[in-house]
Every structure is written in structure tokens, then in C-alpha cells.
Write a protein that binds this ligand. Structure first.
Ligand SMILES: [Fe+2]
Length: 268
């Protein structure tokens, strides 16, 4: 059984799976998580596009439960659909940006392949390409989070996308299962794949959304997490997996996105 098949099987059953990534992706991953600290505050401030949820966002700009309980991280979001608007910025010519760009290309292919596998599990045709509705997000939790009296650096939530691919640099990611928390442990070359509520709706509630959280560290350590969020192609008329009924997820995409404190998605 291929790893895509194993993972799509697992997602279809439980809403959670893991995937191995090739060495080239792992190298880009390391350049991204290691390279963030060298980016200047001035670059972060100028390369920030709130209306597109693109570029850099300061500490505490997003929340998972309530607005007065922000996620204890800074963020960088990268949307391939917006990249042509950014070419005038020096930052887009950096090695760091090139690594983000290459990582996104590779993970978007894996995501499409995995979604083909999930559709295969349900005997439905594959989804239209969804790369241009999807994006990469780097979350950087600084050392200061240990001093904040909170159980979670990111409160329990589900991501509200179809799939999230998550690769953290250290422990902290937990699956929330009823009242208990289950640590997500990954090998060096593995990413966690979590189903979101859009996939739950698309599958007529067969696939559960994976609720998760990030534990606040007990000691001052920095932690980063590189994530890929897969959203459906807004131009495809989707058909639900079991009832085979047309299903419009576009308003749900925006409701979930703005529910984290982001601006509504406007794709060109
Ligand atoms: Fe999340």
C-alpha cells in the first residue's frame, strides 16, 4: 500500500493521518523555520497584507477560541494566488522566500494527491485543482510564551479547511479527543494531516474534523510550526460524498476564515 493510500484511509476513518515528505521538502522546511529569526522587523512590517491574510502578522493577531485569548505566535502567510502582486518587494528575492515558494509547490501536489486518495475511498471523482485557494502559514511561538499563564498557546479548535498539513519543530501539538489530549508525535520527515470541518461537510459527516490545540511550554523555548491549509476550488460545483448532493462550501470557507480574526477571503 502506498503511503498516500495509507494516509487517505486513515483520514477517511479518523480525520487524522501522517505523511512522509521527501528530503528536498525537508530542506526547504529547515530553511524556513531556521531562517525566520533573521527577518528584520522592518521587512515584517512592510510585507503585511491584512486584506489578503498574506505576509507577516504580529504576535497575537489571530485567535482560535475567543478574541481576548489570542494565539501566542507571530505568523507568516503565503498564498500562491497573491504572489504576482508582491514582485516589487525585495523580500520576494530572498532565499527564505524561495524556500517558502518551493515548499508550497511541493506540498500542494501532495495535498491534491492525498485528496484524490480520499475521494477514491468514497468512490467519488477527484476534486478540481485547489492550489490557488490554499495557503502556507508559519506560526512562530517565541520564548516569551512560557511566561504567560495559560494552559494553551493555541486554544482547542478545528482549522475549518478541508485538510491541514502541520509540521512543528517540537512537541506541543495535541489532538483534543473529548476530555483528553493526545500528543502528536512525528518522525523527522513526517507531517501530520488533520481533517477540517469543510471535509466533514463534504463527506456528509463521515470524516470527523480533528480538534487540536498547542500546549503552552513549561519552560522558555521557541517553537515554530509550518502548516499548509487546503481549501476547495471556489469555482468547482462540489458534490457531497454520500448523498451526492451539490454542496456550496464557499460561504463556510469564509465563515471559518473570519472566525479566526482574519479578513474575508477575496480571490482574484
Ligand atoms: Fe489549527
Amino acid at each position: 500500500m502506498t503511503q498516500i493510500k495509507t494516509c487517505s484511509d486513515s483520514i477517511a476513518r479518523s480525520g487524522f493521518g501522517t505523511l512522509q515528505i521527501p528530503d528536498s521538502m525537508l530542506q526547504d522546511y529547515r530553511k524556513i523555520v531556521d531562517g525566520y529569526s533573521a527577518i528584520s522587523p522592518a521587512t515584517k512590517a512592510s510585507f503585511s497584507f491584512g486584506q489578503d491574510t498574506d505576509g507577516f502578522f504580529p504576535f497575537g493577531a489571530e485567535y482560535s477560541g475567543s478574541e481576548d485569548h489570542p494565539d501566542l505566535c507571530e505568523r507568516l502567510c503565503y498564498w500562491p494566488v497573491h504572489v504576482s502582486k508582491r514582485i516589487g518587494f525585495e523580500f520576494t528575492r530572498s532565499d527564505f522566500f524561495a524556500a517558502v515558494d518551493t515548499f508550497e509547490r511541493q506540498i500542494s501536489e501532495l495535498a491534491q494527491e492525498l485528496m484524490d486518495g480520499i475521494c477514491g475511498e468514497f468512490g467519488v471523482p477527484p476534486l478540481a485543482p485547489f492550489r490557488l485557494a490554499s495557503y502556507v502559514q508559519l506560526c512562530v511561538y517565541g520564548v516569551q510564551t512560557a511566561n504567560i499563564e495559560r494552559r494553551f498557546a493555541q486554544d482547542p479548535h478545528e482549522d475549518g479547511h478541508m485538510l491541514s498539513f502541520i509540521k512543528p519543530t517540537r512537541e506541543g501539538l495535541v489532538l483534543v479527543k473529548g476530555g483528553s489530549l493526545e500528543s502528536v508525535r512525528l518522525l523527522e520527515n513526517e507531517v501530520a494531516v488533520l481533517a477540517g470541518s469543510l471535509l466533514t461537510e463534504l463527506s456528509d459527516y463521515a470524516i470527523p474534523a480533528a480538534y487540536h490545540a498547542v500546549l503552552a511550554p513549561q519552560r522558555p523555548v521557541s517553537r515554530s510550526s509550518l502548516i499548509y491549509f487546503a481549501n476547495p476550488n471556489p469555482e468547482q460545483v462540489l458534490t457531497s460524498f454520500f448523498r451526492k448532493q451539490p454542496i456550496d462550501l464557499n460561504s463556510a470557507v469564509n465563515a471559518r476564515h473570519t472566525g479566526f480574526g482574519n479578513q474575508p477571503i477575496q480571490l482574484p
